[in-house]
Write a protein that binds this ligand. Structure first.
Ligand code: 6GU
Length: 269
């Protein structure tokens, strides 16, 4: 899978993604990340990419033309003619699907909030283009022309789209076949049953006066699996109780969950 990132800070994106599991996948040729500096497509001699906002106000706005040129260089196509009108947003998504045009993700706090299901869906694409904004925003007209997906990574404001793009690329790449080893996929699957991960321990057996839970030393695989399932349920109930709605539990775990809720209720009284 190929990721293209349109950005003013290509080194930041490259350095951030070239490590660990993603670095290994790039070396193996399973994924690639092509960062493109929008500034290289500026047409003025000072390499400006931003300008004052019409209507006044603080800050600067990234201009449409350098981004358009950058997009054309990546896709090898020219922009669809400016016929989209005022609200090209949903229309663009449908058009992109219909024409098999590469999806373009614009990172913005007002986008749809990214999650694991979206990571899986994006991982089915052969190619994705990310547009990282900066300053006070990007000229709306280029967004209308090229963007198919508006995505946020959570309800807080960041200084630019680079960190969100890196977050998304990491999560998406992990869903691409061959990026994770079998063992690593297994661990991801266990989060994807909808529960939070159980606690982990490694040597030494006693650290700072604290012993590792006895059952983990027992070698009894069924008991260990049951203990881990119960700790996952404990943790999910404590930290993300809303996740329990989407979880399917086997009979034994369901019984444990029911008893846990009953005992918590009693404690509240
Ligand atoms: Cl995608 N961009 C920016 N600038 N801030 C964010 C965000 C994106 N998601 C959350 N905060």
């Amino acid at each position: 899978m190929k990721f293209h990132v349109m950005t003013l800070f290509p080194e930041m994106v490259e350095q951030g993604l070239h490590t660990s599991i993603l670095g290994r996948a790039m070396d193996a040729g399973i994924i690639s990340v092509n960062t493109v500096n929008i500034r290289d497509y500026s047409e003025d001699k000072h390499r400006h990419v931003d300008d004052y906002p019409y209507g006044g106000g603080a800050g600067m706005v990234m201009a449409a033309e350098p981004i358009a040129k950058c997009y054309e260089a990546i896709t090898g196509t020219s922009l669809p003619a400016g016929e989209n009108g005022g609200d090209g947003v949903s229309e663009n998504e449908a058009q992109a699907v219909a024409s098999k045009r590469t999806r373009v993700v614009y990172l913005t706090p007002w986008g749809r909030v990214f999650n694991q299901d979206m990571a899986k869906e994006f991982a089915a694409e052969e190619e994705l283009i990310f547009l990282c904004g900066h300053y006070e925003g990007v000229d709306e007209r280029i967004l209308e022309e090229i963007v198919t997906d508006y995505v946020s990574i959570g309800d807080y404001v960041l200084s630019g789209g680079e960190l969100p793009a890196m977050v998304m690329i990491d999560a998406i790449a992990r869903m691409v076949p061959g990026v994770l080893t079998n063992e690593e996929s297994g661990e991801t699957e266990s989060f994807m049953n909808g529960l939070l991960e159980y606690p982990q321990y490694t040597r030494p057996e006693t650290w700072n006066g604290k012993a590792v839970p006895e059952v983990l030393l027992s070698g009894h695989h069924a008991k260990i699996a049951e203990w881990r399932m119960q700790r996952s349920i404990d943790r999910t109930v404590q930290y993300r109780p809303e996740l329990m709605d989407g979880v399917e539990l086997d009979k034994k775990s369901a019984k444990y969950y029911k008893e846990l809720l009953a005992s918590r209720k009693k404690e509240e009284e």
